[in-house]
Design a binder for this molecule. Structure first.
Ligand code: SF4
Ligand code: SF4
Length: 208
């Protein structure tokens, strides 16, 4: 039953109730964090800013294509790499530009999820507000600097399933070992049937 439906009580009871709530709140321990004097305790995998590990980026453009806000800008050029013994030099992509515009980014994490080469990571750092919105465009050097703030990956769950690659490698290694351990059975000669009667197709016994 709501308080409104209660009959009117003693005059001033509402004031007493209000003061009781005030007293109760006053005696409670404060949970306010005095930011920026005290740094907030954020979960380690918080989505603060995106960090780029440039060495891992192959300029496949997946992140840029999948970004719903179109706020990743990538430029590259091709470079020839001479391979000793190869008939022709190989080509590789060289990253010229990798910018993320954090004034457009909605922190969905799709770019990090789709990157097949582990070149993008979440960093919990969030203190990069700017007075000019144009300064929220972080280039590859700036994105690379955030890598120092990326926390290490969580430890493996000892009860978790092994990685698919590990299972496949273990299965592959077990196949030759199992075939080497299998005893080779000697060929079995068919016994001639007693009484000299042999069924058609009984091998040597049948032809004699
Ligand atoms: S987090 Fe989402 S919006 Fe931001 S750059 Fe990545 S894909 Fe684009
Ligand atoms: S998806 Fe990864 S490897 Fe591909 S361009 Fe983006 S960051 Fe580079």
């Amino acid at each position: 039953m709501s308080e409104r439906s209660e009959p009117a009580g003693v005059p001033g009871s509402g004031l007493v109730k209000g003061l009781a709530v005030t007293l109760k709140t006053m005696t409670k321990r404060s949970t306010t964090q005095q930011y920026p004097d005290v740094a907030p305790e954020l979960p380690p995998r918080s989505r603060g800013v995106i960090a780029l590990l440039e060495e891992n980026c192959t300029v496949c453009m997946l992140c840029s294509r999948e970004c719903p806000d179109w706020c990743i800008y990538i430029d590259s050029h091709k470079e020839e790499v001479a391979v000793p013994g190869a008939a022709r030099p190989r080509q590789r992509n060289v990253l010229d530009r990798f910018d993320i515009d954090f004034s457009l980014c909605m922190y969905c994490g799709i770019c990090i999820e789709v990157c097949p080469f582990d070149a993008l990571y979440w960093s919990p750092e969030f203190e990069y507000a700017e007075y000019d919105i144009k300064d929220l465009l972080h280039d590859k050097d700036h994105l690379g600097e955030w890598m120092a703030t990326v926390p290490p990956p969580p430890a493996h769950d000892p009860n978790g399933e092994p990685a698919k690659e590990e299972t496949a490698a273990a299965r592959k290694a077990a196949i030759p070992a199992a075939s080497a351990a299998r005893p080779t059975a000697p060929p079995v000669r068919p016994e001639p049937a007693s009484g000299g009667t042999a069924a058609p197709g009984d091998g040597e016994g049948a032809s004699e």
